[in-house]
Design a binder for this molecule. Sequence first.
Ligand code: UD1
Ligand code: MG
Length: 469
Amino acid sequence: MTHPRTVVVLAAGQGTRMKSALPKVLHPIAGVAMVTFAIDAALALDPEQIIVVVGHGREQVEAQVRARFGDRVTFALQASQRGTADAVRAALPAIPASSREVIITYGDCPLVPGAFLQRLVEARVSGSALVSVATTELDDPTGYGRMLRDGRGRITAIREHKDCTAQEREIRVINAGLYAVDRAFLERALSAIDSSNAQGEFYLTDLVSLADREQPEATPVVELRGRQEILRGINDRAELADAEAHMLEAINDRWRRAGNSIARGARIERDVELAQDVTVGQGAVLRGKTKLESNVTVDVGCVLEDAIVRERALLKPYTIVTKSEVGVGAQLGPFAHVRPESVVGEGAHVGNFVELKKTRMAKGSKANHLAYVGDGEIGEAANIGAGTIFCNYDGYQKHTTTVGAGAFVGSNSSLVAPVTIGEGAYVGSGSVVTKDVPKDALAVGRARQENKEGYAAKLRALKKKPAAK
Ligand code: UD1
Ligand code: MG
C-alpha cells in the first residue's frame, strides 16, 4: 500500500573529498552503487514517489539508477550544485500534490535501513512536529552540522561546522542528514532559505531554525537519535571503506541468521543469493549475481562472480568461477579456474590447476589435474587426463573440441581443434590428435618407442674415459 508521502534522495553533489572522476554516489559498496542503498531504504516506506536529485555526473547516475530501479524512481535535475536546500527545491515540482509528508535523505548515507526512516516519520507525526531530524553523537564531529539547543533543550538550529563558534564546535551531537518534513512547511521554508553563510550555499539545515521561528512556543523540531556507525555519512574513501566493512558484516549476519555458516572475513556482495545450509569459508568472495543452492560449500579463498552453484556442490580452496554454472554435487579445485560460459555438470570433477573456458562438462565427467579445456563439449563420464591441452585457437579463430561420452583422453595429450573424439574412444598418452577419432577406437599420435639393449651401460662406460687431449 502506498502512503501519501514522497522520498527525495539528494545525489547531485560531486563529492570533492572522494578525489575521484566517478560521482560519489556511484562508488560501490558491497558490489553496488552507494545510492542503491538510499533508494532501497526509500522503497521500504512505500511512498507515492521517489525522486533522486541528480546534477554532477547526471547521465551516469541516472543510467545506473534506472537500470536497477526502472520507473520506480524519477529524477530531478539540479543544474548547479548550490547546496542541499537548492537540491530539494529542484525536486519540488515533481512531488505529487497528494504527498503530505516529504522524507529527505542524502545519497551518501547508505547504511540507514528503511525501518529507521519509518521511525523518523513516526517521530514527526506522533510529536505533531514540522520536522524530525536524525542525529547521532560522534567523538570527532569535525565537518558535520551541530545541533543547537535552547535552555530547555529544544533544538533551535543546525549550525554547519564552518559557521560554528569555537564553543559550538564542542557540541558532539550532529545532524545525520535525514529528515521527515511536513510538506506545506517545506514549501514555505524553501522559499525563505538564503545563502548567507560561510559557504554561500543554500543549506537545507536551515529548515530547523525556520521551524523554530514559526512555533517558538511548541516543539516543531523532534530528533531521532541513532547509532553513529549507521548514520555517519561518507565523504572520503576512508569512510567508504569503513561503511563497506560495516555493510559486509551486516550482510554476513543476515545470511547466518537465515541458516548458513559464513566464516568471518568472507565477502558476500549485496546481490548474492544463498539458499540454506551453505558454508562459505574465510576469505571467500562472492560477487555480482552469484547464487548458491542449499548445502553448497565454498571453501577458503574461492572467488565467484555471477556464478550459479547447484545443490551440494563442493568448491575446494582457491577455486575461481566466473559467469558459469556448477552442477549438483560437482567438485572443483583446489585451484580450479572456471572461466565464462562454462557448465560443470552434475557430479563432474574439475581438479587442481584445471582451466575451463566456454566448456560444457556433462554429468560425471572428469578433468582432475593440470589441464586447459577451452571451447570443449565433454560427454558423460568422459575422462580428461592430467596435462591435456585443448588447442582451441589457431591464431585467428577459436574451434571446438568434442569428447564423446565415456571417452578417455590419456595424460599429456594435445587435441587440436576442431576435432572430435568419439564415444568410448581412447587416446594414448602424449598424443597429438589432429584427426577425428571414431567411436570406440584407440588413437595413438606420438613417436613409437624404440629400446636399444645395453646402450645405457655403454654410454656410462664411455663417459668415464678421460677426454682425449
Ligand atoms: C551535510 C549537512 C550536515 C550534516 C552532514 C551529514 C547540509 C548543509 N549539511 O553536510 O549538517 O552533518 O550532511 O552527513 O545539508 N547535494 C546535492 N546538491 C548540492 C549539495 C549536496 O544534491 O548542491 C547532495 C550530495 O550529493 C550529498 C548530500 O547532498 O548526497 C549531502 O551533501 P554533502 O556535500 O556531503 O554535505 P555535508 O558537507 O556532508
Ligand atoms: Mg556528506
